[in-house]
Structures are given as C-alpha cells and as structure tokens.
Ligand binder design. Structure first.
Ligand SMILES: C[S@@+](CC[C@H](N)C(=O)[O-])C[C@H]1O[C@@H](n2cnc3c(N)ncnc32)[C@H](O)[C@@H]1O
Ligand code: SF4
Length: 293
C-alpha cells in the first residue's frame, strides 16, 4: 500500500535527510553544547531508495516538501532527490548553514528548489561566536554567488530567505546585521526565531510522561533543549523588540515576507518567552507536553 493512501494524501512531507553536520553551533539542539546527536554512535542517514519511493508515493497529493538535517547539502544524493520532487511539480524548501552555497550555487540554480533558508546569526563576530569561525564570510560569499547567478540566468528559484536565531550572544546585532550587512533585495523572506528552549522541570515531566505512557526510558531530544531561563535575564528585551520591529518594517517596505517566533512583536510577549512564562504569552500553545512547542 502506498504511503499517500494510508495518510490520505499528506500536504507537507519533511525528510530529515541526515544527522551529519560540518558545524557545531553553540545553541543547536542537535550538535550544540547539549545537543542530542553527540550521544549517537554514528550519525543516521536516510536511505536514498526509501526517500525516492516516499516521494513517488506522495506526489499524487502534491504536498510541499521540506528537508531537515544536520546539514542537508551534505546529503550525497541531494540533487537526485531535489530533481524528483521538482519534476513531480512540488515545492521544496530547506534550511542550510550556508557553508556549501558557493560550491553548489550552480546546481542550486539548475535544480531550483523553491526556497532556501540560510541560517545566519548576526554580524561577523556574533555569528561566528555562535556558529563557528569563518562561517559568516563563507555563508555571505555563498549568498552573493547564488544571488548573482539567479540574476544572470533570470531564474526565480531558489528564492532566498535568512533565518536568525536570537540568543544572548547576538541579541544586540540583529538590526545592524539585516540593515547594514545584508542586501535585503536578495531576499524573499526573513525569519527571526528566539532561541528554542525548555526548563529542566519541563524536560523531567516530559520524560516521566513518555516513560509512563509509552515505556520510552530516555528523552535526549528534549534534554537538548534545556536551558536555565536565567541565561536570558541579561537580554535587553525592549531593544530586541524595537530591532525586530525595524527589521519587519524594512521587510514590509520591500515586499519581503517577515515571520518571527514568537509570533507577535510586543515586548511583554517576548519577555514572557525568555523568562519561561509561556502561559502568559499572547500566542501561547498548549497542545503539547512541552508547552510552547
Ligand atoms: C537544526 S538546523 C538544520 C539545518 C542547517 N544545518 C542549518 O543550520 O540551517 C535548522 C535551523 O534550526 C536553527 N536552530 C538551531 N538551534 C536552535 C535553537 N535552539 N532554537 C531555535 N532554532 C535553532 C538553526 O539555526 C537552523 O536555522
Ligand atoms: S549548522 Fe545547523 S545542524 Fe549544524 S550545528 Fe549549526 S544549527 Fe545545528
């Protein structure tokens, strides 16, 4: 039986192609300080035939496809996978750390995934403190190469977005990064994400719930998100909110789609987020054992 028959036609299909990554970003729940993948003996990778078969099974319902990693551009057969999805008439978006963009700019324009999210977390010093030395310059070279190729070929795809993960290390460089270091005209979309985290109490409660209800003894994925909210207490939330508002404004003026997480640009909402007062948030979600997510 085909997957699409079981699922009655998915509208979104996400492949976590591989766990491997060439960076060790400090805040990352996979490969960062507490990242869960450090415990894996060998990083997992999806079997190519399984991926292609799943795509074929799902194509009839024309879902949107996304890749996740690790670093998707390290997947050995990525071009074959992209081609299968795009030849099937479906949209494909994925996030990349940008280090391989310059090398693969031509293939990206040729194979034309619909959207590429480049992860960049600040001006050079703060980005590289969070994502590794030399990463800023490499990612920016890749961004420029890709954008120039799109211009010369006249290709619309891949549309380019930037994701910025706000942490105590880069909270003050958000506006400067977007308004002084990036040519916004290269972008179709901007996403500002406040660092995802949970408290130790939530992680423990989640572990009990999984163990009691499903017999799952370890929850390394949840533990990887654990942070003491005290680490965020030095952040100037009014300044952050104003910077986010100004970036949103600059995007609106240029027709760039702007999204933020949390989803409202109001200081008290962001303050509640970074002090773990999730139940007070305007966009509070309560359907999951880990409340905000
Ligand atoms: C896990 S990475 C995988 C794709 C690719 N390696 C990259 O960095 O874009 C996906 C996204 O999660 C973001 N991310 C990592 N740790 C995060 C955290 N604690 N909170 C929110 N986003 C995070 C990354 O910056 C990236 O934009
Ligand atoms: S590049 Fe992506 S997956 Fe790799 S460590 Fe950084 S955020 Fe995590």
């Amino acid at each position: 039986m085909k997957l699409s028959e079981v699922l009655n036609g998915p509208s979104l299909v996400v492949f976590q192609l591989l766990e491997q990554c060439n960076l060790r970003c400090s805040m990352c729940y996979e490969w960062g300080e507490n990242g869960s993948y450090h415990q894996h003996q060998a990083p997992a990778i999806l079997d190519l035939q399984l991926v292609l078969q799943t795509i074929d099974d799902c194509l009839p319902s024309k879902p949107r496809f996304e890749f996740f990693g690790g670093e998707p551009l390290l997947y050995p057969n990525i071009w074959e996978v992209i081609k299968r999805i795009r030849d099937g008439g479906c949209e494909l978006a994925f996030s990349t750390n940008g280090t391989l963009l310059e090398k693969y700019a031509q293939q990206l324009v040729n194979n034309a995934p619909t959207r590429l999210w480049i992860s960049l977390d600040g001006t050079e010093a703060s980005n590289d403190q969070q994502r590794g030395r030399g990463v800023f310059k490499r990612a920016l070279r890749g961004l420029s190469a890709l954008s120039a190729l799109k211009k010369t070929t006249g290709n619309r795809y891949p549309e380019i977005g930037i994701t910025y993960v706000v942490t105590p290390a880069n909270v003050e460089t958000l506006e400067c990064f977007f308004l002084e270091h990036i040519d916004l005209d290269m972008l179709s979309c901007v996403r500002i994400e406040c660092q995802s985290y949970i408290t130790r109490e939530q992680s423990d409660a989640y572990a009990v719930l999984l163990n009691e209800n499903f017999g799952i003894p370890h929850t390394p994925c949840a533990s990887a998100y654990v942070r003491d909210p005290a680490v965020f207490s030095g952040m100037n939330i009014d300044s952050l909110t104003q910077q986010m508002q100004r970036v949103a404004e600059a995007c609106a003026q240029r027709g760039i789609v702007f999204h933020s997480q949390p989803n409202t640009l109001v200081a008290d909402n962001i303050q509640h987020y970074f002090s773990a007062n999730w139940s007070l948030m305007r966009d509070y979600k309560n359907r999951c054992a880990i409340p905000y997510f």
